[in-house]
Design a protein around this ligand. Structure first.
Ligand code: MOS
Length: 776
């Protein structure tokens, strides 16, 4: 909606207190008509349900294996589907012969793709449905596909070469004819958006300049549960169980692709095993498997379960783009940054959207001069998908490595350089908290020289170091979110919303919001989610879930509370306006001894339920439009083997008011693990000779394992951000933004040489150390 249109919407005005509860600032906020005063800085100390750490309510189900994931579902007469992907990286499909597969006993349906052009290995070619996974696998092998192969570009730097084979003909650029294109390189994308001031002038004012090139490989999402659906038809009614981050997106996409009415499609997701951005769409970024499963089910007249295997998951369900970043930073001798020139090339495979500049504009906010250039490079690889703060981990790795190198060049503490250029009051408050927790004073004053640091003497050839870096994210929300609160005559409460818990424990966080408003225990609320028959919920991406759902739930709960007060008031001989609620009681605000229980009030209702539905009101002005975070790491590097071990990480983050700090912190810890894994191990590698992935499993595509675990500490800095009536904001993405840079900077502090090419594997560490020795 245009800004002026938004301004014309009728609003209500509230005077509230914004910022840290210990340092509240008066602020006027304008909310949509019908909304209520936001929980503000004064609310934090008064909360009884919000902000209290609680184990997720579904934990016992998950721990005992009773929680049913899509992967676990078994329907009567269910068939097993299997996708068949292209075995070549580029070319044309000359023929697909499914006759042998169809003739195999137990095969019930076959599907073949319309497209004959292959642009990546793993692209959808055909699919089968059969009575068992084994028969489906056998049938898949019997599908005979012949190709006319073409040369391909397997990787970012190879694809940038002027003579590289074209992934798309020049007139078939997915970015459209208006974006400049040279070979496989498209851009500048976004027309240099994010630039400010005059970089040339800023560099002229600089007393020292650092320029470095940093590379970050493609990272795959690798969720525990692969993509998949179970599709079943009853007449023209289609039910789809999906492992998804967005049940409504699945419904939309499937209804559109199949040409059926969306009201005839029901999508369910009770529990799901992670997506990290790859499960936001109706199917997957590089495969239409969900629609294929629905078609196979219709054709076979039986339910079809179609889960991708781990290899397919790596090839066609998305990945985080690689990034090659050239970063130039100029500063005064005291560390004041005067200019940044940030140039980035990234590959999202056959797709676009490899931009990484988000953090570059947001961090070092006092720097007046910034020039940003970004390019997408096509490669013959599966299309990228959003991955946990898309592009931001890569971008923060580039800019925060460069600023770290600049600080080293100036002989300054990198933390002091950050403080000097910091524009966010939130991050300024976070720095010392993180520094204290990691023991920042122990860092090697001279990188690689333990005699200048405060670490306990290391054993043998091991060296320790400390690094830090910052991240940013945004306060996004989905304003089409609705929620329903039902209070039953027996006093039981249901909160109902068509969003899905992607593994974050959001049920318990949302329940705390409803419980706080109603004055009941969080555990007394039954959460019903993951069904498109419920009021529409957001797709869980962009860290929007709590910021979208919580305000709708609070508003619906507030309406139910008003109705309960009307029932309780005559029992207490007061007016409804004189009442308040907490701890399962409704009481007279001025005299708490006069009370009835929540249950006593509910028993007075005339019907069976009080049933209230509310839509999320529009987003208010926020105290801060960004989500600030800072991160620290201690690493140990074995200079004989080149192995890097993370000893401890500390992440200090703002997520507004954390509804459930325990599960919020779990997300922060998960982000640190995923980021450390990317920094040290993960690298989606395509074979330069044949173009297929050489490590399409979890044995050769390494991710951080329990034995690699470090001490991970999350510290949340609660903030009354006032962006919605609950002051909540998401935390799923922000804490992975700094992590690649934090690890890289800590490794540098330990050994005094920098690896500018992720992942920081032992061979690269040894090569860097060897190179430094030769130069010394
Ligand atoms: Mo996230 S990458 O928006 O799921």
């Amino acid at each position: 909606m245009a800004q002026d249109e938004k301004a014309k919407e009728p609003t209500v005005t509230f005077q509230a207190k914004a910022g840290f509860p210990s340092d509240p600032k008066p602020m006027e906020v304008h909310a949509g008509v019908g909304d209520i005063k936001p929980w503000d800085a004064d609310s934090w100390a008064q909360f009884e349900q919000m902000g209290k750490p609680r184990p997720r309510s579904e934990a016992p189900l998950k721990a005992t294996g009773q929680a049913k994931y899509t992967f676990d579902l078994k329907l009567p007469g269910m068939l097993h589907g299997r996708m068949i992907g292209a075995e070549v990286a580029a070319g044309e499909i000359l023929s697909i012969d499914t006759s042998k597969a169809e003739a195999l006993p137990g095969v019930k349906a076959v599907w073949t793709a319309d497209s004959r052009v292959v642009r990546f290995a793993g692209q959808d070619v055909a699919a089968v449905a059969a009575v068992s996974p084994d028969v489906a696998r056998d049938a898949a092998r019997l599908v005979k596909v012949t190709y006319k192969e073409r040369p391909f570009a397997h990787e970012l730097r190879a694809a940038m070469k002027p003579d590289a084979p074209l992934v798309y003909d020049l007139d078939k650029s997915p970015a459209g004819p208006n974006v400049p294109r040279k070979g496989n390189v498209v851009g500048p994308t976004g027309g240099g958006r994010g630039s400010r001031g005059d970089a040339e002038k800023g560099f002229a004012e600089a007393e020292v300049v650092h320029e470095g090139t940093y590379y970050c490989p493609v990272h795959t999402h690798s969720p525990l549960e692969t993509h998949g659906v179970v599709a079943s038809w009853e007449g023209d009614q289609l039910t789809v169980h999906a492992s998804t981050q967005g049940i409504f997106a699945v419904r939309e996409g499937i209804a559109e692709a199949l040409g059926v009415d969306r009201k005839n499609v029901r999508v369910l997701c009770e529990h799901m095993g992670g997506g990290f951005g790859s499960k936001l769409g109706p199917s997957a970024s590089g495969s239409a498997f969900a629609m294929v499963a629905c078609r196979l089910a219709r054709k076979a007249g039986a339910p079809v379960k179609l889960m991708l295997d781990r290899r397919q998951e790596h090839l066609c369900t998305g990945n985080a783009p690689s990034a090659l970043m050239t970063v130039k930073v100029g500063a005064k001798k005291d560390g004041t940054i005067t200019a940044v020139h940030y140039k980035s090339w990234g590959s999202a495979g056959v797709a676009g959207g490899a931009g990484t500049a988000g953090p570059v504009g947001a961090l070092h906010g006092k720097n007046p001069n910034l020039k940003v250039e970004g390019y997408d490079v096509y490669t013959n690889a599966g299309p990228a998908a959003p991955l946990r703060a898309p592009g931001h981990s890569q971008g923060a790795y580039g800019i925060e490595s460069a600023v770290d190198e600049l600080a080293d060049k100036l002989g300054l503490d990198p933390l002091e350089v950050r403080k000097k250029n910091e524009a966010s009051p939130v991050r300024l408050a976070q720095y010392d908290i993180g520094a204290r927790e990691i023991g920042w004073a122990r860092r090697n004053r001279k990188a690689g020289d333990p005699s200048t640091g405060g670490f306990a003497p290391a054993k043998g050839a091991k060296k320790r170091g400390l690094g830090m870096a910052n991240g940013n994210w945004y306060v996004f929300a989905s304003e089409s979110t609705g929620a329903q609160v039902k209070v039953h005559r027996d006093g039981s409460v249901e909160v109902i919303c068509g969003y899905q818990d992607i593994g974050t424990g959001s049920r318990t966080a949302i329940a705390a919001v409803g419980a706080e408003e109603l004055g009941v225990e969080t555990s007394a609320i039954t959460m019903r989610i993951g069904d498109t028959q419920f009021p529409e919920g957001p797709a869980s991406g962009g860290s929007v879930t709590i910021n979208s759902v919580a305000p709708a739930v609070r508003l619906a709960a507030n309406q139910a509370r008003t109705k309960l007060f009307e029932l309780a008031a005559p029992l207490l001989g007061v007016k409804p306006e004189e009442l308040d609620a907490a701890n399962g009681k409704i009481f007279v605000a001025k005299d708490k001894t006069k009370s009835v229980t929540f249950k006593q009030a509910a028993a007075k209702m005339s019907g069976e339920t009080i049933d209230c539905t509310a839509k999320r009101p529009k987003q208010y002005e926020t105290f801060r439009g960004d989500l600030a975070g800072t991160q620290f790491a201690e690493v140990e590097v074995d200079t004989e083997t080149g192995e890097v071990r993370v000893v401890k990480m500390v992440s200090v983050n703002d997520c507004g008011f954390p509804a459930n700090p325990l599960t919020a912190e779990s997300q922060v810890i998960g982000a640190m693990i995923q980021g450390a894994s990317w920094a040290l191990l993960e690298d989606r590698t395509l074979d330069r000779n044949v173009g297929t992935m050489v490590n399409p499993n979890l044995e050769w595509y390494k991710i951080l394992a329990p034995a690699d675990m470090f001490e991970a500490k999350s510290i949340l800095t609660p903030l009354a951000n006032l962006g919605n009536n609950t002051s909540t904001a998401g935390i799923g993405e922000p804490p992975i933004v700094p992590t690649l840079a934090v690890i890289a900077n800590a490794v540098f502090n330990a050994i005094g040489v920098r690896v500018r090419d992720l992942p920081i594997t032992p061979d690269k560490v040894l090569a860097a150390l060897g190179e430094a020795k030769r130069r010394a």
